[in-house]
Ligand binder design. Structure first.
Ligand SMILES: [Zn+2]
Length: 323
């Protein structure tokens, strides 16, 4: 049951709606391990975090859930990839509402797009994983595909894979394209486990933002890969985050950008007053701890209420004139 706190906040105002969030579950039935910089990873426990999250979201009757990607780890034995992805999706399906998924690099290490997207119920043509939805007429959520231009997940001869390989060849001199050795500052994002938003998707986004502006909607952008250096490690950023943000900054409708991928989490407010919140990873929760949350939506702010290792964040913005 929803608590009194959840229904009416400290200022006595009821949220317009709320939704659940989780990122980087990266489940695999393998022993615990570490990231390449030595951060512990609890591969078997992370599905318990997801189970507790779903229970919580159901208890609080949230309108929908956003999953920020990387549901199964790349170390999952390949003969178990399909069954493990299905197992994690099965847990999400216990939520009494719609779950909107994003794809991450770890999802794509396990399954190619043509196998993965139908399981995630992403039904765009030609393997595209970007889409939008409006939970109420005043709000629009835009899901970006950060692996649109990527060396992972597409058939080897797909134009987007070839474009990504050419890009990495130009930007990263190392033979191991996941190594940032020798790359300086923001160049350190030019790694194979990241990706970019292609021309066609940028044009689609431009059209969506035009439409949202006309409709006086508040827009929330969601992407597995972070879009602002202030909220993320340089090594985790979308390759062309600057191009995407230049487009977004041409409009006033986008108020918040959410992402995953950079497991430690982060928050920033960029030069145009847009909040960027990177979610803490479920994978890195020691047994018995959690990292998930929900967002209460108001006409002047989004309030993230985090559980345990996910920090709570109030994100204020100027309301749209008609709201
Ligand atoms: Zn990732």
């Amino acid at each position: 049951m929803a608590s009194a706190n959840q229904l009416v906040n400290a200022q006595g105002k009821q949220p317009l709606f709320s939704f659940g969030v989780i990122s980087d579950v990266q489940y695999a039935d393998i022993p615990d391990g570490c990231s390449f910089i030595g951060v512990p990873r609890f591969y078997r426990h992370s599905i318990l975090v997801l189970q507790r999250a779903v229970q919580h979201w159901n208890d609080y009757k949230h309108k929908f859930v956003l999953n920020f990607g990387d549901i199964v780890d790349g170390f999952c034995p390949k003969d178990q990839s399909l069954s493990t992805v299905r197992k994690v999706i099965g847990e999400f399906e216990n939520f009494n509402g719609t779950v909107y998924h994003m794809i991450g690099n770890h999802c794509l290490y396990n399954l190619p797009r043509d196998k993965l997207l139908p399981i995630l119920k992403i039904s765009n043509p030609d393997g595209r994983a970007y889409y939008d939805f409006s939970p109420t007429p005043e709000f629009r959520f835009v899901i970006l595909d950060g692996y649109d231009i990527s060396a992972i997940g597409w058939p080897q001869d797909h134009p987007n894979a070839l474009e990504a390989l050419k890009f990495l060849q130009e930007k990263n001199p190392n033979s191991e394209k996941n190594s940032p050795v020798g790359l300086v500052g923001l160049e350190r994002r030019f790694l194979m486990f990241n990706g970019g938003v292609g021309k066609e998707q940028l044009e689609w986004l431009d059209g969506i933002l035009q439409e949202a502006t006309k409709m006086r909607q508040i827009v929330v952008i969601c992407c597995h890969l972070p879009l602002d250096p202030g909220a993320s490690s340089q090594e985790a950023l979308l390759w062309n985050y600057d191009e995407v943000m230049n487009l977004i900054h041409g409009y006033n409708c986008v108020k918040v950008c959410f992402s995953g991928h950079d497991h430690k989490g982060g928050h920033s407010i960029d030069s145009h007053g847009i909040h960027h919140r990177v979610f803490e990873a479920a994978l890195e929760c020691p047994p018995g701890t959690d990292a998930f949350g929900y967002v209460d939506v108001y006409n002047d702010r989004l309030s993230l209420v985090g559980t345990d290792r996910m920090a709570s964040t109030d994100m204020y913005f100027n309301p749209q004139p008609d709201l």
